[in-house]
Design a protein around this ligand. Structure first.
Ligand code: XMP
Length: 317
C-alpha cells in the first residue's frame, strides 16, 4: 500500500536514473504542485536543477518576495525574474478574458524561454503536472497549465523541445500534499489555496492596469489575511476578490462619492470542477467589508458572491 515515504524514495531513485548528469529547468508558481515537484527533483539531482520564478505583476500582494525567499530557504537554486512591466504592456487595452489569458501565456513563454536559454546544456523541463491535469484539460496551477494551454500558438519555443519530467503525474492533490509534508515543505506552501496562472489578470474584469492591480492586491490582502486571522483560511478551498468594472454611488462626510465595487468569493470544493459558496459568518464579512472600504482608496462597496458551480464558475472570467 501507498505511503509517501515509499513514493519519495522510489521517485528519487527513478529521477536519478533517468536524469543522470543532465540539467533540468523548471518554472515555479508558488503553488503546491510545482513546489513539491521541484523539491523532489532537487533531492534527486541537487543543483543540476535550476528553477525560474516569474513575477508577472499579477500575483497577490507581497507574494513574489515571500515565495522567492521561502524557495531560497528550501535550498532550491531559483532565479527570480521581475517581468511585471512586460506583462502590463502585453495586457494594455485587452478586456476579453481569453485575450488576456493568451497575452499572459504568450508573455510567460517568452520570459521563460529566455531564462531557459541561459542555462547551458539544459536537457529537461520539470513540470508539476498532477494526475487530474493529465486527464482533464482544466488545471489549477501556474506555469505548467499556462504552458500546456498555449503551446499551440505559433512555433514551439525551444524549451518545449526539452524532455519532460513530471514526478507527480500519478498523484491527486491529497497525495501531493502528503508528499510535500513528508518532504518538510512549510504549511504556508502546502496549505495554499489554488491560484490561477493568469492571477489577478482574470480577477480584474475588463482591462488590466497597474493601478487596478494595486487596488485589488490591497482588497485581496485584507480578505485573505482576515480569513487567516479568523481561523477560516483552511476551511475554505479557494478564496479571492474581483475588481468589477462598475462604479457605485456612496457618501463620505457631506460628499457623494462614485467609486469601485469589489466582489469577494470563497468556495468549498474537492477538485474545482464543482464548488459551493461558503457560508462565511456575517460578522466576519461585515468586518472585512468595513476594513476594505476604510483602507482601500477608490473602493466604496463590497459584495459577496453566493453562486455555486455549476452554473457559475469559480473565477468571474
Ligand atoms: P473555474 O473558474 O473554471 O475555475 O470554475 C476552476 C479552477 O481553475 C482555476 N482557473 C485557472 N487556472 N489558468 C489556471 O491555471 C486559468 O486560466 C484558470 N482559470 C481558472 C480557478 O482558479 C479554479 O481553481
Amino acid at each position: 500500500d501507498w505511503t509517501s515515504d515509499v513514493f519519495i524514495d522510489a521517485t528519487i531513485d527513478s529521477l536519478k536514473e533517468s536524469i543522470g548528469k543532465d540539467r533540468v529547468v523548471m518554472g515555479l508558481s508558488g503553488g503546491v504542485d510545482s513546489s513539491v515537484a521541484a523539491t523532489l527533483i532537487h533531492r534527486a539531482i541537487g543543483d543540476q536543477l535550476t528553477c525560474v520564478f516569474v513575477d508577472n505583476g499579477l500575483l497577490r500582494k507581497n507574494e513574489y518576495e515571500e515565495v522567492l525567499e521561502s524557495y531560497k530557504g528550501m535550498g532550491l537554486n531559483v532565479i527570480g525574474v521581475d517581468s511585471k512591466q512586460k506583462f502590463y504592456d502585453a495586457l494594455a487595452g485587452i478586456s476579453d478574458p481569453e485575450g488576456k489569458r493568451k497575452a499572459i501565456g504568450k508573455t510567460f513563454i517568452e520570459v521563460f524561454d529566455e531564462e531557459a536559454h541561459k542555462i547551458k546544456d539544459v536537457k529537461w523541463l520539470g513540470q508539476g503536472t498532477i494526475y487530474p491535469d493529465v486527464i482533464e484539460s482544466v488545471s489549477v496551477n501556474g506555469p505548467s497549465a499556462t504552458i500546456k494551454s498555449h503551446h499551440n500558438v505559433g512555433g514551439l519555443p525551444d524549451f518545449m523541445k526539452l524532455k519532460v519530467v513530471e514526478p507527480l503525474n500519478t498523484l491527486f492533490k491529497d497525495g501531493v500534499r502528503e508528499v510535500g509534508k513528508a518532504l518538510g515543505i512549510s504549511d504556508a506552501i502546502i496549505g495554499r489555496h489554488p491560484f490561477p496562472g493568469p492571477g489577478l489578470g482574470i480577477r480584474i474584469l475588463g482591462d488590466v492596469t497597474p493601478e487596478k492591480v494595486q487596488t485589488l492586491q490591497e482588497v485581496d490582502y485584507i480578505f485573505i489575511q482576515g480569513l487567516k486571522d479568523a481561523g477560516l483560511y483552511d476551511e475554505v478551498w479557494q478564496a479571492g476578490s474581483m475588481l468589477l468594472p462598475v462604479q457605485s454611488v456612496g457618501v463620505m462626510g457631506d460628499e457623494r462619492t462614485y467609486e469601485r465595487v469589489v466582489a469577494l468569493r470563497a468556495v468549498s470544493s474537492v477538485d474545482g470542477m464543482t464548488a459551493d459558496w461558503v457560508h462565511l459568518p456575517y460578522d466576519f464579512l461585515g468586518k472585512v467589508s468595513n476594513d476594505i472600504i476604510n483602507k482601500v482608496k477608490g473602493v466604496n462597496r463590497v459584495v459577496y458572491d453566493i453562486s455555486s458551480k455549476p452554473p457559475a464558475t469559480i473565477e468571474w472570467e
